[in-house]
Design a protein around this ligand. Structure first.
Ligand SMILES: Nc1ncnc2c1ncn2[C@@H]1O[C@H](COP(=O)(O)OP(=O)(O)OP(=O)(O)O)[C@@H](O)[C@H]1O
Ligand SMILES: [Mg+2]
Length: 497
């Protein structure tokens, strides 16, 4: 047996050598070699400590699964979960810029281990980069390993893993960068290169707070949206696809598009702006709808202009009268399209109805469909019937309540001497919130709230004058028509006598 003095002597000599060698190792061994040596050592230490406990169970979650090398969803969900706990606990993290995330993602570095405790049970997660051999044998690049004591097998495999995957999914949804999609025309090069939809980050800042409209109506819409987004189980129970249709109608500039952005921001949904005129036919429309993800709003703007959806409503008599004129119009349109190189869309009303609530529309989760139109009366009733477009929202001209929101928004103003006059004028004339907003927007550094309100009053008075003149012209014409009619009646009466 070694004596205490000998042990001390040995230890101190070893320490002295190490202290001497360490700076040399740092100075002369290249960084890449050092990094490799340290990683390998760490890996063997991890393996050693894991194997040491023979009661441990290990589950491996590879990054890619199957022969097609499809990315494993659970790998990503675990990464999100571990990111959330490792930011505070892990010693070595890896920063990643992700295409789908709005901020930098910090996650556990390669060949690192992390402890997690769930319901009092300790588990160890480690991240491993597969060796070249691993990759050639089983295509395994990176993988997570979860190790835990065998006695907790049931709880970990049933409850804990469920918890990790659910949390991971929620984190991904919260962190994702929301997108605005637009459909590629079937004939475009981009449609086969990028897929059916192209996207850009969705950066519209409209919100319900900045939307000028009747306050009660606004609250009602918010409540409706919120209820829809939480009702997954209810929709399943009543055997309805988890989707809701909104029809936004009203004159130009009353905030229909702005309302869509506010809805998307409120629910944190993506937006799919579907340009129906570039969709080749019903089957392409079906593919486009199938290619949309959940938590999204599919929008068809100006639906009355997108397709010839109005013709189906025409009564036979009206059809006969207009037939000739319609045919001529169509011919001219066709020629114009041909000249411009357009291909006419063959999407039909029934194709669109199927897209909105056909059998396969139940294939994805949580979707809102919005149609907008300036002329609601022109639409086929089948398209907008309740049950298909469940919620009809009329976006109307600007009245005093909407004006107050706009004034706060554009000028940070909540009271002014002219409020009374503006309120009165807004009841007398029909102007869109877009027109009011334009007047409220300062045009130079000198423009303050007072100047902007006066400009608005002036413009409203002009509108009022125009309205009075228009009404006078209308009344005059009516009176003239009446006189004409009376004269004709008199002549008719004389002839019959
Ligand atoms: N209700 C509103 N609240 C706040 N801003 C509005 C409102 N309505 C219109 N605006 C302003 O006017 C601009 C045009 O509005 P928007 O495009 O939403 O109107 P729209 O109803 O979609 O018109 P169109 O029928 O021509 O498509 C918006 O950028 C917004 O700034
Ligand atoms: Mg619009």
């Amino acid at each position: 047996m070694l004596e205490v003095g000998a042990i001390w002597g040995f230890t101190s000599t070893t320490m002295a050598s190490l202290m001497f060698l360490w700076p040399m190792y740092k100075q002369f061994v290249p960084y890449q070699v050092r990094h490799y040596l340290e990683k390998t050592l760490q890996k063997y230490l991890d393996k050693f400590f894991m194997i040491k406990d023979s009661n441990n169970v290990c589950i491996r979650f590879p990054e890619y699964t199957g022969k097609g090398l499809s990315r494993s969803r659970s790998y990503d969900e675990i990464r999100n979960y571990l990111s959330s706990i490792s930011t505070a606990r892990a010693k070595r993290l890896k920063a990643k810029e992700s295409e789908n995330s709005k901020s930098l993602v910090l996650c556990l570095d390669d060949n690192e281990a992390l402890k997690d405790v769930f319901q009092g049970v300790k588990v160890i997660w480690s991240s491993t980069v597969g060796t070249k051999e691993d990759r050639s044998v089983s295509n395994e690049g990176r993988y997570w390993t979860l190790s835990f004591d065998n006695k907790h097998r049931d709880m970990i495999t049933k409850t804990y893993l469920d918890h990790v995957l659910r949390e991971g999914k929620e984190i991904a949804l919260k962190n994702r960068e929301r997108k605005l999609y637009t459909n590629n025309s079937g004939s475009e090069y981009s449609s086969w290169r990028e897929g059916l939809w192209s996207n850009v980050p969705f950066n519209h800042h409209a919100s319900f707070e900045t939307l000028g409209m009747d306050l009660d109506k606004k609250e009602e819409i918010k409540k409706d949206l919120l209820k829809f987004s939480k009702e997954k189980d209810y929709y399943r129970k009543v055997a309805k696809p988890w989707k809701r249709g909104y029809l936004l109608f009203g004159p130009p500039g009353t905030g229909k598009s702005t309302m869509i952005s506010a809805m998307a921001n409120f629910l944190e949904y993506d937006v799919y702006d579907l340009e129906l005129t570039t969709v080749k036919d019903n089957s392409e429309l079906k593919k486009l709808m199938l290619d949309t993800k959940g938590k999204s709003i599919v929008v068809i703007e100006d639906i009355d202009c997108s397709l010839d959806l109005t013709r189906h409503r025409k009564k036979k008599k009206e059809e006969d009268e207009d037939e000739e004129e319609e045919e001529k119009k169509k011919e001219v349109e066709k020629l114009l399209k041909k000249e411009r190189g357009h291909k006419e869309s063959k999407v039909t009303l029934s194709g669109l109805l199927n897209a909105v609530d056909g059998l396969w529309s139940a294939c994805s989760d949580e979707k809102i469909i919005v149609f907008t139109t300036n002329f609601v009366d022109n639409l086929d009733p089948a398209l907008i019937r309740r049950g298909r477009m469940e919620y009809h929202i009329e976006m109307s001209y600007c009245r005093f309540e909407a004006f107050k929101v706009l004034a706060k928004n554009y000028l940070e103003n909540e009271s002014h001497d002219l409020y009374g006059e503006i309120g009165r004028l807004l009841e007398e004339v029909d102007v869109s919130p877009a027109d009011v907003a334009e007047n409220l927007m300062p045009k130079s550094d000198e423009d303050d709230a007072d100047i902007c309100f006066r400009r608005l009053v002036k413009s409203l008075e002009e509108e009022k004058k125009k309205k009075i003149e228009k009404e006078a012209r209308k009344n005059k014409k009516k009176a003239e028509d009446n006189v004409k009619q009376e004269k004709q009646n008199k002549v008719k009466g004389m002839v019959t006598k």
